[in-house]
Design a protein around this ligand. Structure first.
Ligand code: FES
Ligand SMILES: [Fe+2]
Length: 316
């Protein structure tokens, strides 16, 4: 389970999608059920009953805040602890639990740690721009047919902007580019991942992007005296599918009536990437020595190194 995506914190869904009913989702090929127990506490269990494998997401949450399996009625709390096995009063409940994933809500997102049963995971560190109550945020969701690593490195790739996004976020690069132009991509390691700055012909644009391991990108867009950031959360779903959530955070133009405009714009930019990324096929990114690379690939090569050294070491 979670081969190539193990022991990481990842955003999973926007919290408002989780209501009173259990919600099934697939993370890196593994079915996960989310539900809310007592006091709104969130449970994230492997969506497979330990008894006979039924999907717990077909069950319901009882008055006691436990998720009841639809097959024989076993009941699990948000920690996966078995709280009842009908018709078997002598059952040893402590041996009959479900597999729970560490789960947290931060801001408007639910995150899980891909290590079922891990009692003390490392602390989740989400970017402040995803959690601060002083910002307005919009969420745009897409599903792409590609391996998540292809989508993730697309988010770290500056030299595609004047081509794929020539009419939107790449327009200024496109306008200034000449046949002899040079783009420099600088990469700086940070405790959570890295920071990439791209400059065209020595013109240091103030924009930069940050990579939060394993699957979050935050693009800092310069607006004097203001906060404007676009995040891409790149989550592996079913085999061959990637769920992309674009989150734009801002501290200006905060009237909710403007949210649809921000959503439309960010959706359009994501849609510009889609067919290009999907055309790479369903396979994961290859190790850094494969495919041909050039100077402007510095940030994506860093991601490839991280992926093959940290997430896929057994296959390297
Ligand atoms: S399969 Fe879940 S209780 Fe039997
Ligand atoms: Fe793009």
């Amino acid at each position: 389970m979670f081969e190539g995506f193990a022991k990481v914190w990842t955003p999973l869904i926007v919290a408002r999608r989780l209501g009173r009913r259990p919600l099934r989702t697939v993370l890196a090929g593994a079915p996960i059920v989310l539900f809310r127990g007592h006091g709104g506490a969130i449970g994230a269990l492997v969506d497979r009953c330990p008894h006979r494998g039924a999907a717990l997401s077909l069950g319901k949450v009882g008055e006691d805040g436990c998720l009841e399996c639809p097959f024989h009625g076993w009941r699990f709390d948000v920690a996966g602890i078995n709280r009842g096995v009908p018709l078997n009063p002598e059952a040893r409940l402590e041996t009959l639990g479900a597999r729970a994933l560490p789960v947290r809500q931060r801001g408007e997102l639910i995150w899980v740690h891909t290590a079922p049963g891990e009692a003390a995971p490392p602390e989740l560190e989400a970017p402040d721009s995803l959690t601060s109550p002083d910002l307005s945020r919009i969420y745009v969701e897409r599903t792409w047919r590609c391996h998540w690593t292809r989508a993730m490195e697309n988010m770290l790739d500056s030299p595609h902007l004047p081509f794929v996004h020539r009419r939107t976020i790449g327009r200024s690069y496109r306008r200034r580019m000449t046949p002899r132009s040079r783009m420099e991509v600088a990469w700086e390691e940070t405790p959570w991942g890295g920071r990439a700055r791209a400059s065209l012909d020595g013109d240091h644009n103030e924009a930069f992007l940050e990579f939060y391991r394993p699957n979050v990108m935050a693009l800092h867009i310069p607006v004097p005296g203001r906060h404007l950031r676009i995040h891409a959360l790149v989550v592996p779903g079913e085999a061959g599918q990637t769920r992309l959530t674009v989150v734009a955070s801002r501290d200006f133009a905060r009237h909710p009536l403007l949210n649809p405009w921000f959503s439309w714009l960010n959706g359009m930019i994501a849609d510009e990437d889609r067919s290009i990324v999907e055309s790479s096929g369903l396979d994961e990114i290859p190790p850094p020595g494969q495919e041909r690379s050039v100077g402007t690939d510095r940030a994506t090569l860093q991601f490839r190194r991280y992926y093959w050294e940290s997430l896929r070491p057994s296959a390297a």
